[in-house]
Design a protein around this ligand. Structure first.
Ligand code: COI
Length: 358
């Protein structure tokens, strides 16, 4: 990967002060670092042209397939700065493999795991100064793949680009770890059987936007989708859901139309390590409702890379509110959140070897 880049002293000073201002209050997804990684693929040449370039707009032909048929997939990861200044990421192999599974579903080429991890490493190393320190700030990494073949026929593109961009990030939800209320979508589904629900593709998120607007209009932070029958929990607009029972059991939907969350898998592993029972199985809405009513469901939380673990205080719909919107965060959710973030920020041992230094 090559880069040739020179700045005058004044340009460098201006750049540093902009960066420092951003890093004190990064928000989420609003600011981007100085560079981006690209790797091209064509049906004849395979993956080639690995490079790190200055961050900037892409020139795209208006007939590029992704603009018409949404042949696109992405990942979400983070780089964390530890107290000693070192920078680490979390289970990049899992994101690389999930992207390969998403690629298969979206008829995109599979990027080798080593190329995926190296692309992330190159970007973080060159833009290391953009990794925030302090609090729960991190550098959010967004690997993605687009069909950039100029062709309007509906078939798998023969020209594709993989890219990684990076964005300094604070908490995904404005209130940080404060419990949120979630809106139950009865009108819309996120995905159906045999659809793209398990793939991390832009279309799934596009489908969640209108229901999310309804959630926000009803004072909620996110939307929860049910299965096609309207009986079982699936996932939220952009994260998985877990319930906690009074006997300490964690239950989470097992469905082939939801995302196989790296954060969820890791939290459930930590819960099992701590002696909790974990059940991955269909979870009905009735079970949540009845469990809250009789005290056997004591906590609920959302989890994902961006949101980490966010407690759910209540599930709202026009017909009912399950839970108490003013309820404080539950102890199991808080303990798991602390354990995971302590590993990520190097404050606790990493018993599973999840962290990778960049
Ligand atoms: C992530 O958690 O990284 C995601 O991709 C979800 C998105 C809502 C930010």
């Amino acid at each position: 990967m090559t880069l040739s880049f020179t700045l005058t002293r004044n340009e460098r000073l201006a750049e540093v002060s902009t960066r420092e201002a951003v890093l004190t209050d990064p928000g989420f997804g609003k600011h981007f670092t100085d560079h981006m990684v690209s790797i091209d693929w064509t049906i004849d040449e395979g993956w080639h042209g690995h490079r790190v370039e200055a961050y900037g707009p892409l020139q795209m032909d208006p007939a590029s397939a992704v603009l018409h048929y949404g042949q696109e997939i992405f990942e979400g990861m983070k780089a964390y700065r530890r107290a000693d200044g070192s920078v680490w990421t979390f289970r990049p192999d899992q994101n690389a493999r999930r992207m390969q599974r998403s690629a298969e579903r979206l008829a995109l080429p599979q990027l080798p795991e080593a190329d995926f991890v190296e692309a992330v490493r190159q970007l973080v190393q060159i833009d290391e100064a953009w990794v925030p320190s302090g609090g729960e700030n991190s550098l959010y990494l967004r690997p993605f793949m687009i069909a950039n073949e100029v062709f309007l026929g509906v078939r798998a593109a023969q020209t594709v680009r993989f890219m990684v961009i990076a964005s300094p990030a604070g908490p995904y939800f404005a209130g940080g770890v404060r419990p949120v209320s979630i809106w139950l979508s009865r009108e819309y589904n996120r995905a159906g059987r045999g659809g793209t629900g398990a793939a991390k593709c832009g279309g799934n998120y596009a489908a969640s936007l209108l229901p999310t607007q309804q959630a926000v209009a009803n004072g909620c932070a996110q939307v929860l989708f049910l299965n096609e029958e309207g009986t079982d929990l699936e996932e939220l607009g952009g994260m998985n859901v877990v319930l906690v029972r009074s006997d300490g059991t964690l239950i989470t939907p097992d469905s082939d139309s939801i995302l196989d969350g790296v954060t969820r898998n890791s939290l459930l592993q930590l819960a099992e390590d701590a002696g909790h029972r974990v059940e991955r199985r269909p979870v009905t809405l009735a079970e949540w409702r009845d469990g809250v009513a009789d005290g056997t469901v004591t906590e609920a939380f959302a989890c994902g890379t961006a949101a980490v673990l966010t407690p759910i205080a209540a599930l709202k719909s026009p017909e009912e509110t399950i839970g108490d919107p003013d309820a404080p965060a539950g102890p199991v959710a808080l303990a798991l959140r602390k354990q995971l973030t302590d590993i990520q920020y190097g404050r606790a041992e990493d018993p599973h070897g999840w962290m990778v230094q960049l």
